[in-house]
Design a protein around this ligand. Structure first.
Ligand code: GDP
Length: 359
């Protein structure tokens, strides 16, 4: 799937750079352009992609310091400049636009829903948000910000693909120590999903294409991606169980949003050498996925890749009901309520434990 990436804020910029670099190094050509936008000048300096500073008149290049309402206001005021900066990159080749942001901060958290809304007004292609959720151990301001941002972004974007910072980091590292590992994992896994929708010449009809990714994300709302890989035999007949257990691991232990299992739609992509992919294994894995997700719309396809390993990617569309998400929203509402309490001494402007939209 040919995409244009726009990274907002620190996490958004770093993850966008990681995705663009991965795509370039592997020669996938799915990423058609990448721009990092931030209110903090220094966060942009280390990036090896094109960058743009916004909000200079308000914060003088120093960032919004976790104030996502200010992040939203600045994006609102400068959306036209950002869209102009993107202009040339969104050509007729682009099949989707992806806004990438950490939902717990300020610039990305506030800016992502605003920019998604503006992009949707102008472009016909779907506008997705790749949103990074704070891990459980991150502070309450991150949780509160992410709760409000998520609520708003889920309303504005065509779909929001969530990556929980607790999901893909290595067990030995804390979330902060593990950003590079997390970003590499995001680049590899989401990069593979985007690349899997590219037309590959000279191979059979079981190959997945972009429309299947887009249709899987069609229910809107929230989406998650599962991933697992393993060495495989060079004889497809010996890989029946490898494919079924990879699919199981991708869904049950490898998702970007832990415990997201129930979904409205799903897409199973098996990546690897076509000679190693067992049709019987794929069929069984798909039936299992139907049962497990409760989805009546499970798509599937191969992604031919030169490798002695096989990988399963499971894209889930419409995953709102996951337990992990409910737990996160409870935490965010509690944190938001705490913050409101501290700043005003009362919670009158905040009804019960609901999270307010950002705009
Ligand atoms: P902004 O610059 O104001 O948009 O704020 P950040 O992008 O720093 O957002 C803060 C959130 O993003 C927190 O939940 C951080 O844990 C997370 N975060 C910051 N940098 C990274 C990163 O490089 N990778 C990942 N995965 N998360 C990050």
């Amino acid at each position: 799937m040919k995409v244009v990436l726009i990274g907002l804020g620190q996490a958004g910029g770093k993850v966008t750079e990681a995705l663009a670099t991965h795509d370039y190094e592997r020669g996938f050509d799915a990423v058609q352009g990448a721009l990092a936008v931030n209110t903090a000048k220094t966060d942009l300096q280390a990036l090896d992609i094109e960058t743009m500073v916004i909000g200079q008149d308000r914060v003088k290049g120093h960032g919004v310091g976790g104030d996502n309402e200010l992040g939203a206001e600045i994006m609102q005021a400068e959306a036209t400049e950002v869209l102009d900066g993107l202009g040339g990159r969104i050509t007729s080749r682009a099949e989707a636009i992806m806004v990438v942001a950490g939902l717990g901060g300020g610039t990305g958290s506030g800016g992502a829903p605003v920019l998604a809304k503006e992009l949707k007004r102008i472009y016909d292609v779907p506008v997705y948000v790749l949103g990074i959720l704070p891990g459980r151990s991150e502070g309450s301001i991150y949780q509160a910000n992410a709760g409000r941002s998520l609520k708003t972004v889920a309303r504005e974007a065509d779909a929001t693909l969530l990556v929980d910072n607790d999901a893909w980091h290595s067990a030995e590292e804390s979330v902060a120590e593990g950003f590079d590992t997390i970003n590499d994992n995001i680049a590899q896994r989401i990069g593979l999903l985007l690349a899997s929708g590219e037309i590959v010449e000279g191979v059979g009809e079981s190959v997945v294409d972009s429309s299947e990714i887009i249709n899987t994300l069609r229910p809107g709302g929230l989406a998650a991606l599962g991933y697992a890989s393993a060495e495989a035999s060079d004889d497809a007949d010996e890989n029946v169980n490898t494919i079924t257990s990879l699919t199981r691991n991708a869904l049950l232990t490898g998702t970007s949003l832990p415990n997201a299992v129930e979904a409205e739609t799903a897409l199973l992509v098996i990546a690897g050498q076509p000679e190693r992919i067992s049709r019987k294994g794929v069929e069984r894995a798909r039936s299992w996925l139907e049962e497990e997700t409760g989805s009546l719309e499970v798509r599937g396809g191969d992604f031919p890749l030169e490798s002695d390993r096989l990988a399963a990617l499971v894209l889930l569309g419409g995953v709102e009901r996951s337990q992990r998400l409910e737990a996160f929203l409870d935490r965010a509402a509690e944190a938001y309520q705490g913050a409101t309490d501290q700043s005003t001494g009362q919670v009158d402007d905040f009804q019960n434990d609901e999270l307010e939209d950002l705009f």
